[in-house]
Design a protein around this ligand. Structure first.
Ligand code: G4P
Length: 531
């Protein structure tokens, strides 16, 4: 039978143990691209800073994939970057960086084992950071907090710790503590060793920042009050028992904190060390029934993202899978759990934006892009030998709704094909009703930019120009067929069905929803929550 490559189980376990698969969660502008670049630079995956990072008109970027993204200088899509550091394989899964929220962002988090929460020292916990944090908490993903931009005047370090407690409920357990206030970043007090790590700038951050270690006496001579303040504040954290504890970190009760300046490469080294030393390795993943799939079981993985139109000269469709067990080998024929059909993995790539490399072998924790994967949907599982289905990746509650129509009725066939594909990929949720008919389905999205992506693809990929019209609904609730007649009589309420069979009742706002709930307490109106 098709048992996959002949690699001993111990090798697979060892490889899984040296994998760290994580994502950076942050609010736009907190420095995620800069940090990504700095991490890769430190790990010497790329020769010079700037190869990964990018904003429009600045430097070329490899994580942007659509022209629209280039125009705006943002990254809408997700991919993964792999590099080695201290004999550990680090998989950094990219999360979309725009303030507009899309389902992609949530889905990406189903593929990681830990997250780095990047916080701008001057802004503290911002809106999108909080949303992403909630998803991580819900999924039980351990979080390392990095306070970035310490080189710039910002909030007080202790005040930032208070904000973390208040907004997240997690106890911050700083691994290091800044020497010098924000705006005067000299180095850090390593709270494990008590030593001073002094950072030195290098030109333009293009090379790795200098680091020198001093014992406390030398540190005091060197930095005077900045050092003693750091020591006093660290002692205060001691008293509050805000010291690192791996068990409570992995359990999602505490978050180790580090201070950095991504743009100067300060603290980047320490972040990589933390990933290696404390972040979880690729462990057995639970299947749909809650049973763990051991990492050394035959190959299995699940699709967490489907993407198309990466390259206008090369219209392909990529399905990103996270390897959960066994060895993935290019060319292997796995089974698609949903259909039971064979799936050939002839074209497998490791993808980070445009820089593609063919992948030959991948282990648990790795991310692989499968080309021409039209049969695969988000949440689908692939396996060898022993069947497994990983939990479905939930869809989220849309908050924006638009009617979509073909501009040109002679293009209806293309229109239908495009809508079907966007639905399939989960770019938007497609909602229908008999009343509206097939010519004018409703698109639901978590963030309005999903509509722009949908429109762009309808025009450029499916050759079906569209008209979009905003609907004044902001809330969706799951309902049942029995409730439809009652809901249909209410004004500013509409029931539509989603392609997965769910019936969604849409309301203009929460007051309208509350009004209907009060008038008809018997109705089933359940929130569509992150699960
Ligand atoms: P994002 O991906 O999270 O959206 O943020 P990005 O890395 O693009 O950084 C946003 C801005 O913040 C950039 O400035 C970047 O240089 C700056 N930045 C990132 N990390 C640090 C840091 O540690 N310290 C300071 N002082 N700035 C930081 P920009 O003005 O948009 O671009 P640029 O032309 O200055 O690079």
């Amino acid at each position: 039978m098709n048992s996959g490559p002949d690699i001993p189980a111990k090798t697979i376990r060892d490889e899984a143990a040296r994998r760290r698969t994580f994502a950076v969660i942050s609010h736009p502008d907190a420095g995620k691209s800069t940090l990504t670049e700095a991490l890769a630079l430190h790990a010497r995956a790329i020769g010079q800073a700037g190869a990964v990072h990018g904003k429009a008109g600045r430097r070329s970027t490899v994580s942007d994939w659509m022209k629209m993204e280039q125009d705006r200088g943002i990254s809408i899509s997700s991919a993964a970057l792999q590099f080695e550091y201290r004999d550990t394989v680090i998989n950094l899964v990219d999360t979309p960086g725009h303030s507009d929220f899309s389902e992609d962002t949530y889905r990406v988090l189903s593929s990681v084992d830990s997250a780095v929460m990047l916080v701008d020292a001057a802004k503290g916990m911002e809106a999108q950071t909080m949303k992403l944090f909630e998803v991580c908490r819900h999924r039980g993903i351990p979080i390392i907090t990095v306070i970035n931009k310490w080189d710039r005047p910002g909030l007080d370090a202790l005040a930032l710790m208070d904000e973390i407690v208040q907004k997240t409920g997690l106890t911050p357990t700083p691994l290091d503590w800044p020497v010098g206030q924000s705006g005067d970043f000299r180095g850090v007090l390593d709270r494990q060793s008590g030593q001073y790590i002094k950072y030195t700038r290098t030109d333009g951050g293009a090379t790795i920042a200098g680091e020198e270690t001093f014992d406390p006496a030398a540190a005091e001579d060197l930095e005077g009050e900045a050092w003693t303040t750091a020591v006093d504040e660290s002692d205060l954290l001691d008293l509050e028992e805000q010291n690192f504890d791996r068990e409570s970190f992995l359990a999602g009760r505490t978050t180790p904190v580090m201070f950095a300046s991504a743009v100067q490469n300060f603290g980047v080294h320490a972040i990589l060390d933390a990933l290696v030393d404390i972040a979880p390795e690729a462990l057995a993943r639970l299947d749909r029934d809650g049973n763990p799939r051991p990492v050394d079981a035959p190959f299995s993985g699940f699709v967490f993202k489907v993407q198309a139109g990466m390259d206008s000269n090369h219209r392909d469709r990529l399905a990103y899978i996270r390897v959960c067990s066994g060895v993935f080998e290019r060319g292997m024929v796995a089974t698609h759990a949903t259909t039971g059909k064979p799936f050939a993995t002839k074209y497998a790539q490791q993808v980070f934006g445009r820089g593609r490399e063919v992948v030959d072998t991948a282990f648990p924790g790795d991310i692989v892009g499968l080309v021409n994967a039209t049969a695969l949907r988000v949440g689908d599982s692939l396996y060898l030998d022993e069947k497994v289905q990983f939990p479905e990746i939930p869809t989220f509650s849309p908050e924006h709704f638009m009617v979509i129509r073909a501009k040109d009725s002679s293009k209806y066939k293309q229109f239908r094909r495009g809508i079907e594909q966007l639905d399939h990929e989960g770019v938007v949720q497609v909602l229908r009703s008999d009343l509206r008919g097939d010519q004018a389905p409703v698109l639901g999205a978590v963030g309005p930019m999903q509509f722009e992506v949908a429109e762009d693809r309808m025009v450029n990929e499916f050759n079906a120009p569209v008209k979009l019209e905003t609907l004044a609904y902001t809330i969706a609730r799951r309902t049942t067929p029995e409730c439809v007649p009652t809901l249909a009589r209410e004004r500013s309420v509409e029931v539509l069905s989603r392609s997965d069979g769910e019936l969604l009742a849409l309301f203009s706002d929460r007051w309208r929803l509350q009004g209907v709930e009060k008038a008809h307490p018997e109705l089933v109106l359940e929130p569509l929550v992150v699960s």
